[in-house]
Design a protein around this ligand. Structure first.
Ligand SMILES: NC(=O)c1ccc[n+]([C@@H]2O[C@H](COP(=O)([O-])OP(=O)(O)OC[C@H]3O[C@@H](n4cnc5c(N)ncnc54)[C@H](OP(=O)(O)O)[C@@H]3O)[C@@H](O)[C@H]2O)c1
Length: 230
């Protein structure tokens, strides 16, 4: 289970996806560190979230490497085109035994294509690429790809399930516990990390649906026994 005093560092956390989960976890009483390539930008994003959550919010901002050094739960919310270089740069700062939760989607928009299409990734998915780049002993979980950043940054409960994929049951369990702290979200065990390729493709589909229907689509999985949603 997650422990509220155990900091969660969100790398690339000053962007929409990062601030969205940061806001929700700060509201849930978690200790959150916003990471950025620029310490001032991280600090500013943390101040904005504190203003919304209140003085009790445990949130700060740091440069990405400092954020890695200060936490052993890391969440990666950067564009795919920056993912590999950032992980290589941060490798020496990532603490042994850390858990990295990857939300990266390899959208074709990153290379001038459509946001409703994905790029082929040699390893199978952005999350599997991340798993190849983190230090030995660091577990990767894939999650949060299918949550709208716009809705996360709002005040209402979401209406969406978060499917979590990982080869490490402890990393998967911790990630599901964090997902369940977001109002309206149900976390579901999605099996091995290799299934991340499917989660990432669903995001491209959702982006296409959002463009076509002008909305903020999410997913709900129906028909599983109640214990699957805990
Ligand atoms: N937006 C959504 O609704 C959503 C939902 C689910 C998943 N995702 C995925 O989550 C990730 C982040 O989404 P986003 O919309 O927040 O993206 P974004 O705004 O494009 O980027 C997020 C942050 O990443 C950092 N960054 C940008 N380029 C970088 C690079 N080359 N190297 C290192 N850091 C870089 C920036 O922070 P600093 O400049 O402060 O370092 C930026 O604020 C993406 O992979 C996206 O596909 C997004």
């Amino acid at each position: 289970m997650s422990d509220a005093s155990r900091p969660i560092a969100i790398l690339g956390g000053a962007g929409p996806a990062g601030t969205g989960v940061a806001l929700r976890w700060a509201r849930a009483g978690e200790t959150v560190i916003i990471g950025s390539r620029d310490a001032q930008r991280a600090h500013n994003a943390a101040i904005e979230i504190k203003k919304r959550v209140g003085d009790q919010a445990r949130i700060s901002g740091m440069e990405n490497a400092a954020a890695c050094a200060a936490a052993d739960i890391l969440v990666l919310t950067v564009p795919f085109e920056g993912q590999a270089a950032l992980l290589k740069q941060l490798k020496p700062a990532i603490r042994p035994g850390s858990i990295l939760i990857d939300a990266t989607v390899a959208l074709a928009a990153g290379v001038g294509g459509r946001a409703s299409r994905t790029l082929g990734v040699w390893q199978g998915s952005a999350a599997q690429q991340a798993a190849e780049l983190v230090p030995k002993g660091v577990s990767v979980a894939a999650a949060f790809h299918n949550l709208s950043a716009e809705l996360l940054n709002g005040d209402d409960a979401l209406d969406c399930d978060v499917i979590v994929c990982s080869d490490d049951p402890n990393a998967a369990q911790l990630t599901r516990a964090l997902a369940n702290k977001i109002p309206g979200v149900r976390a579901i065990d999605g099996g091995k990390l290799e299934n991340a390729r499917i989660l990432e493709q669903i995001t491209a589909l959702l982006i296409g649906l959002n463009i076509r229907h002008k909305g903020h689509g999410g997913i709900r999985i129906t028909g599983l026994p109640p214990e699957a949603y805990r």
